[in-house]
Design a protein around this ligand. Structure first.
Ligand SMILES: [Zn+2]
Ligand SMILES: [Zn+2]
Length: 185
């Protein structure tokens, strides 16, 4: 199963390769299927549209993905499905960033800084690429909805689902006294 998500750049022809697939959640959460940390709380497979193109020794991996993950809302603490999308963009080229003695002088004038150097034959685990991309898109603070009312500062109830108890009993609230003053006036 996992072999399916391994590509060898050397075997990629100039016509490239493309994927439009649901990457199984089970593989993305299996520690033995890659070296990048697994994705916690995936709610399902991750849809990935991906294209790998080749020009001579230069490779370009690009695409976009959509994933759902169980997260805790940073406003109300409730667990919800965080739906997120992101892009994949990687540039690879064969070779080593450190020129060794005897290496032919590379006369390419292209900007090589954007390229990751990879040794032939150039094995890439796409599961790791996808995990990395989802981690890069990770946000520390996520909210369940734009209209999330959060927790009441007074009684701590989740205002999305519960009724605040503060208004019923605000005898300890200094503003309660003010309110009655105004009413009297
Ligand atoms: Zn919330
Ligand atoms: Zn309250």
């Amino acid at each position: 199963m996992q072999r399916h998500w391994l590509v060898t750049l050397q075997n990629i022809s100039s016509s490239g390769r493309s994927w439009d697939a649901d990457v199984p959640k089970a593989l993305l959460q299996d520690e033995t299927c890659g070296s990048v940390n697994v994705l916690p709380g995936l709610t399902g497979d991750v849809h990935w549209r991906l294209e790998l193109t080749r020009v001579a020794k230069f490779f370009h991996l690009s695409g976009d993905w959509k994933a759902g993950l169980m997260r805790d809302c940073s406003r109300c603490n409730a667990e919800f499905e965080w739906s997120t999308t992101g892009k994949t963009e990687r540039f690879f080229q064969f070779g080593s960033p450190i020129k060794e003695k005897g290496d032919e002088q590379d006369s390419d004038e292209e900007d090589e800084r954007a390229y990751d150097f990879i040794a032939k034959p150039g094995d890439i685990n796409l599961l790791d690429v996808l995990r990395e991309d989802v981690w890069l898109a990770w946000k520390a603070d996520v909210i369940c909805s734009d209209s999330c009312k959060g927790l009441c500062q007074g009684c701590g109830v989740n205002l999305n689902t519960d009724t605040c108890q503060c208004e019923q009993d605000d005898s300890n609230n200094p503003f309660a006294a003010l309110r009655s003053l105004k009413l009297d006036g």
